[in-house]
Design a protein around this ligand. Structure first.
Ligand SMILES: [Zn+2]
Length: 310
């Protein structure tokens, strides 16, 4: 049996939750969904977001995440959490009872989450204490409110893993990998840092001219897959005048070489659009390399990302 491998990635649920940094075991799937492990800081962000969604869309369509902070030496505390109203207009509330003195030994015994009967008087008593900080992470199942009996747990408490991370929503929420878009138009999972076009997630061109150079390269490579750079003449309207595969010039005549005038014109247009608002300083910043030349004072080399060889 192979050892379980975890990866650092980002996860989300549609565009409602996340993306959040998480550790994921890619082989631990539930109906195809992930069971990400989050730091406590991330759980706090996740908590805030679930409460925001519940406020906007109603508690009946959102399980809310909660973090209660206390200390290892705190006396037991009670926390009342409001969850809107049920169909008959009654307030929905749960009471969370935390027995801090046993929290390290038996989390299940230490935390109970019960529905509060309508009209019952109950107030939060904040945990006192000055010892080691402890936190309780749980989800309240408002969606199943009507199905939860009075004496039944109305939430799910999450045990931290050996690194202090919490697998909130594991085996129940629809967590997926968050993605990133490459300038070339391809989408990859967050942890897949190298795009097939040769660019990396963290090495994406940021400026319009840098992006245009990549796109012009992709346009040229549709007909000349080996193209790695081009010379662009900016004397008049920008024009790709020479295309190279490594050190070798590729014939750009449309009757003998691989290119047609449409494709060269397409590459020119991509570059011209980006050049409209560009200053000479922008050229250098975007990696456009000035090439001294007798005929044209404004000759620049643009270099394309090269797909990794397999
Ligand atoms: Zn790409």
């Amino acid at each position: 049996m192979s050892k379980r491998q975890t990866i650092d990635t980002r996860v989300c649920i549609d565009d409602r939750l996340g993306p959040y940094d998480a550790k994921v075991d890619p082989t631990n799937l539930w109906n195809g969904f992930l069971s990400p492990h989050f730091t406590l800081d991330t759980v706090r962000k996740l908590s805030a977001r679930t409460l925001e969604i519940a406020d906007e869309d109603g508690f009946d369509c959102m399980e809310t995440v909660h973090v209660i902070d206390g200390c290892a030496d705190s006396p037991s505390s009670v926390h009342v959490i409001e969850g809107g109203t049920d169909r008959d207009g009654n307030r929905q509330r749960v009471a969370v009872h935390v027995r801090w003195p046993v929290i390290d030994e038996d989390l299940d015994q230490a935390v109970s989450i019960f529905k509060v009967r309508p009209g019952a008087e109950l107030r939060t008593t904040e945990p006192a204490g000055e010892g080691e900080p402890r936190a309780v992470v749980f989800v309240v199942r408002w969606e199943w409110w009507d199905d939860i009996e009075g004496g039944e747990q109305a939430g799910v408490v999450y045990q931290p893993d050996d690194k202090g991370r919490y697998a909130v929503g594991a085996w129940s929420w629809w967590w997926r990998y968050a993605g990133w878009w490459c300038v070339c138009g391809a989408n990859s999972d967050w942890h897949e840092t190298e795009c097939l076009c040769g660019l990396t997630r963290d090495g994406q061109p940021k400026t319009p001219l840098g992006i245009a150079a990549v796109k012009a390269g992709l346009a040229l490579r549709t007909l000349a897959p080996g193209a790695t750079s081009a010379l662009v003449d900016l004397t008049d309207l920008a024009r790709v005048c020479t295309v190279f595969a490594g050190d070798t010039e590729i014939d750009t005549a449309d009757d003998t070489g691989p290119f047609d005038t449409e494709t060269l014109g397409w590459a020119d247009r991509i570059l011209r659009d980006a050049l409209d608002d560009a200053s000479p300083a922008d050229l250098g910043a975007a990696g456009w390399e000035h090439v001294p030349d007798e005929e044209s004072a404004r000759l620049y080399r643009i270099t394309f990302p090269v797909p990794p060889t397999h």
